[in-house]
Structure formats: C-alpha cells, structure tokens
Write a protein that binds this ligand. Structure first.
Ligand SMILES: Cc1cc2nc3c(=O)[nH]c(=O)nc-3n(C[C@H](O)[C@H](O)[C@H](O)COP(=O)(O)O)c2cc1C
Length: 188
C-alpha cells in the first residue's frame, strides 16, 4: 500500500438554498487536484439529511459515518452564522467520534471576518474529537466577499486573491495527513 496516498473529504458547511459553500468547495476541489498522491471528494451534508443528534442511528447516519471513516483528512468549508458554527455542521460533527480521531482538518471560511470566529470554535470542537486542526486557514474577508455577493467582483477575482494561501494550506494539510495516517496504523 502506498502510505503517501491519502483521501481528503471537503465538507460543505452549509445546506441552505442559495448557499456559497458549494462554490468554494468546488474551488478547493480544483486546487487539491494540483497536488499529488491524493484523492479528494466533496461531502455535501444535503445528501445525508442528518437528524438532530439522538441515540438512534438510521441508514443516513451509517452512510455518513462510512464517509468519515474512509477519509484520512478533511477540509471544512466554514460559513459563520451569528458568530458561530452553522448548526447543521456542528450536528454533523457530533454524529461521529472515532471516525474523526487523529485525522487532520483545515478550514476555509468566508464572511465579514472570513468566518474567523466560526473557525476558532471549530478548532476547539476538532480537538475534542481528537482531530488535528491546522493552525492556518483561508479567510475570504467581507471587503471582497460582500462586493462579490453584490455582483461587483467576479468569483475568479474573489478566489484568485487566495490561490497562494489555499496552496500552502493544502500542502500543510497533506503533510500532516500523511504523518497521521502512518501514526494511526501504528496506534495500539
Ligand atoms: C443565519 C445567518 C447568520 C449569519 N451570521 C453571520 C455572522 O455572524 N458573521 C458573518 O460574517 N456573516 C454572517 N452571515 C452571512 C454569511 O456570511 C453569508 O450569508 C454566507 O454566504 C453564509 O454561508 P453559506 O452561503 O454557505 O450559507 C449570516 C448568514 C446567515 C444566514
């Protein structure tokens, strides 16, 4: 088995109609394809329709759990709702535990302050899930994001500012992901 080969899931952090997370998720997906020895997939929470956390597991939760279990690392596309984590994303994180353990996670956020507050909270949650949150993140700030929403800046203009940052983030995530994939295989 090629130990260098890793699987990354790009998790879209919102499910609402008219969301932006899918557009940024697709951009991240295109960027990650430029790197070697990695397969990436977009994980869209819309396709799982997860109930609010309960003790009863249904077939959707099992499907979701399998997706998380099969991944070596994650990029979470993080919106910020009322200075916090979107509930749909927090609920998805709560549904798994061991499936997340010892797996690196990086964040890409957008909004007034690039979802900085949401991402700070996500890092704390990630630690509780025994994940390895990457210190840096890509933050698409309101001074560019809001003009984009108003049609004054194109999507390309918006993301091109962040090409170097996303490249560096993916590079660091993949390095950590390879280290922790090997470490998990040796865990007793
Ligand atoms: C319920 C709600 C709360 C929001 N709260 C914030 C916020 O606290 N900070 C912020 O920068 N943007 C906030 N916004 C604006 C979001 O940044 C913007 O709508 C973004 O596109 C949301 O991500 P999504 O399109 O992927 O759902 C909020 C949007 C919604 C719908």
């Amino acid at each position: 088995m090629n130990q260098d080969f890793v699987k990354i899931k790009i998790i879209l952090g919102s499910t609402r109609q008219g969301r932006f997370s899918d557009k940024i998720g697709n951009w991240v997906f295109e960027q990650i394809k430029k790197h070697q020895n990695v397969t990436a997939e977009i994980l869209d929470l819309r396709e799982y329709n997860l109930p609010f956390y309960d003790e009863i597991r249904n077939e959707n939760i099992e499907r979701f759990s399998q997706q998380i279990k099969s991944a070596d690392g994650f990029i979470i596309i993080a919106p910020e709702y009322n200075h916090g984590i979107p509930a749909v994303l927090k609920n998805a994180l709560d549904w798994c535990y061991e499936e997340w353990n010892y797996k690196p996670v990086a964040f890409v956020g957008y909004g007034g302050v690039g979802a900085a507050r949401s991402i700070e909270q996500l890092r704390l949650v990630a630690i509780e899930l025994r994940m390895i949150p990457v210190r840096n993140a890509v933050h698409i700030l309101g001074n560019r994001y809001f003009p984009y929403q108003e049609g004054k800046v194109t999507f390309e203009e918006l993301v091109n500012d962040h090409n170097e940052a996303i490249h560096n983030l993916i590079h660091e995530l993949l390095w950590l992901t390879r280290i922790f994939k090997e470490a998990r295989s040796k865990k007793n």
